[in-house]
Design a protein around this ligand. Sequence first.
Ligand SMILES: [Zn+2]
Length: 483
Amino acid sequence: METQTRPEFVVELTKKSVDLSRWYTEVILKGQLADYWQIHGFQVVRPYGFALWENIQAGLDARFKATGHKNAQFPLLLPESLLTKEAEHVEGFAPEVAWVTQAGKEELNERLAIRPTSEAIIMTMYSRWIDSWRDLPMLLNQWCSVLRWEKTTRFFLRTSEFMWQEGHTAHRSAEEAREETMRMLEIYRDFVEGELAIPVVPGRKSEAEKFAGAAETYTIESLMPDGQALQSATSHYFGDRFAKAFNITFQDMDGVRKHVHTTSWGLSWRIIGALIMVHGDDAGLILPPKVAPVQAVIVPIPGRGGEDGGVTEAVNAAERALRRQFRVEVDRSDRSPGWKFNEWEMRGVPLRIEIGPRDVRSGQAVLVRRDSREKSSAPLDGLVAAVEARLADVHAGLFARARALREERTSSVATVAELAATIREQPGFKMASWCGDAACEQTVKERTGATIRCLPFDSQGQTGACLVCGRPGPHRVLLARAY
Ligand SMILES: [Zn+2]
């Protein structure tokens, strides 16, 4: 694979350990994941970045389908009157909505919103499609882009237009809808940890932090290397609020007409921003093996004086064998091996396979892990098993490293003053007790810049003194500054 980038680019890369923000932008541009667009806040995703998104999409889509969901496609635009049907929902999104007011030379009678999310669109259709208990549950998902006009933007993490999936479901009962909400949150947790090697904290959002119009919002939160939290996916339980606003009723088995209970859940390409930041190092990207567009790169090493020594044949055989199971590239360009090593390291390929004349003579290849740079050899006729094992090692290594960093950056605080001091000096996840009062939550935000990221499931039932007012708090909360 040829590249247009200048040979000296690798030495120009800012160190992650020195300037995370600059490093982040540089690896995205130099790693050819994305590029700028002429309108502020929008990005172009290049093939290497889009392949990463497609692999994430494929993994999640399979899980959605395995749990009974089907994909559909809904329109980009909705009339203002629909968006305003659920009051809290429109209030939450109003500042970020972009409007279409003109078509050709015609001024439109009613302005049209570019979807910031599709609850209002899909609920309108559900009110037409749902009539009987036999139509339930309705379990739909849509892969699409939505638009929320953002002032401060960054590649993948916060873009005005972003790609995501949004699942929307309708159920006979509150219990069933709640089960669905939790089922989807668990799918996200399992996927993000199991496929992307990013450890997350699952929990419930506070009233102030929940999704506009939701009765309950659940989240998985991950920790970035600068100590800021990233909301990685959310799952919402709406109760019958949207059903009432959009008049979605069904005739139940007992003959009575009832409102449905709905949910929605979403994960966007900001998860790509998370995996870049969590796993990368000073040499560039490190992509988690299960979603990496290229899982292994084979670099042929020429012999002295350019002798082939059976390398071409061995490389071709290795490529054929590995292609059946892995996403593999062979770098046959005329660059030096050292240049190729740097290039593929910078682009985050999890495993490098080196084959030279000496390796061919001994029937071996050299395997180099991207995460630890650990070298090992494997027999040429046993490459498939060796690559499979090393990729699993890379995944486990990335997850363990990310979890260790998170644990190191997680501590408890007793008071808001302590939070304010430690969040500046040692940014990270802070655990504290909270009385549940919105005023105390607001005080925390104003005085520290940190927000309640969630009420983690695994730490509920522990009481303590509220970090603001000192009253006994029934909640244990996870606090952090956030992206
Ligand atoms: Zn309090």
